[in-house]
Design a protein around this ligand. Structure first.
Ligand code: CP
Ligand code: NVA
Length: 311
């Protein structure tokens, strides 16, 4: 039996496959066929060690709409919270379920799960990256401009997990990414290196936004950094995406945010609730993009329209 495909970071799949997943997500969104239930009898285990609204609801809804089922598991209610080794839990989950989605603060632990799992492990966010978010984000850009290739994207704020996935996407999809962060909040050098010549690190948000087709930001304090909130708000003053910053971008530019958002911190209400914002479409696209991913990972061979993964 061939080893399972895992999706721990975007580059776990070739660019061509990622592009076909985006096209498939758009097709599934436009068709919304209730008879399309290729995951009948399939079960996705979802291990959430951190809070979630969009990721949980989109995966659970995707499984239900495709004919399968999803299990919500938190450390509080499972033996994970009482110290069962994550590898042991994974062996058991993968003997009963068809895939495991995990959200935690350890990319290394997710890799350890993948090492012992007989079914796909999907990263639903780690401290390092958020690949499922980028599937939806790229879908949103493709819907707005037809393609992301050759676009200029400005990332404003914290060089965090979502920024890392944008860096990876820049090299995979061939767009320019300008990252503006305060000193000390730059993305991890390994992720910057992965972006190669597609990425530029800057200090000045205005310079990053100049001529941008997409302006994107995220919270200043991610989950687990709550105690740093006040210090971070000071450090990030001047990095808020407001209307003045948006005027630097092209007249067609769109605004993205993975959500949840803090109006008055990383983004002004006038921007996130304004005409350039695509954040609700972006959030909804989590459902469609993950349907395309789940179908590719779990649907039987020959399922019409499903993306085929090659080992
Ligand atoms: N964007 C995102 O992952 O949202 P949740 O934390 O609500 O899942
Ligand atoms: N950077 C944020 C993303 C939330 C979806 C966090 O890790 O909390």
């Amino acid at each position: 039996m061939s080893p399972p495909h895992h999706f721990l970071r975007l580059s776990d799949l070739p660019t061509e496959t990622l592009s076909r997943l985006i096209d498939r997500a758009i097709a599934l969104k436009n068709r919304r066929d209730p008879q399309h239930r290729p995951l009948l009898g399939k079960v996705l285990a979802m291990v959430f060690a951190k809070s979630s609204t969009r990721t949980r609801v989109s995966f659970e809804t995707a499984m239900a709409q495709l004919g399968g089922h999803a299990l919500f598991l938190s450390p509080r209610d499972t033996q994970l919270g009482r110290g069962e080794p994550v590898e042991d839990t994974t062996r058991v989950l993968s003997s009963m379920c068809d895939a495991v989605m995990v959200r935690n603060d350890s990319q290394a632990q997710q890799a350890a799960m993948a090492a012992v799992s007989t079914v796909p492990i999907i990263n639903g966010l780690s401290e390092a990256c958020h690949p499922c978010q980028l599937l939806a984000d790229i879908q949103t850009v493709v819907e707005a401009r037809g393609s992301i290739e050759g676009a200029r994207v400005a990332w404003i704020g914290d060089g965090n997990n979502v920024c890392h996935s944008w860096l990876e996407a820049a090299s995979l999809f061939g767009f320019e990414l300008r990252v503006a962060t305060p000193e000390g909040f730059e993305p991890d050098p390994d992720w910057v290196a992965a972006a190669g010549e597609q990425a530029r690190l800057l200090r000045d948000p205005a310079e990053a936004s100049e001529g941008a087709d997409v302006v994107v930001t995220d919270v200043w304090a991610s989950m687990g950094q709550e105690e740093e909130h006040a210090r971070r708000c000071e450090a990030f003053a001047g990095y808020r995406v407001d209307e003045a910053l948006m005027t630097r971008a092209t007249s067609e530019a769109i605004f993205l945010h993975c959500l949840p958002a803090h109006r008055g911190e990383e983004v002004d209400a006038a921007v996130i609730d304004g005409p350039r914002s695509r954040v609700w479409q972006e959030a909804e696209n989590r459902l469609h993009a993950q349907k395309a991913l789940l179908e590719a990972l779990l649907a039987p061979a020959g399922t019409p329209g499903a993306v085929t993964l090659v080992n």
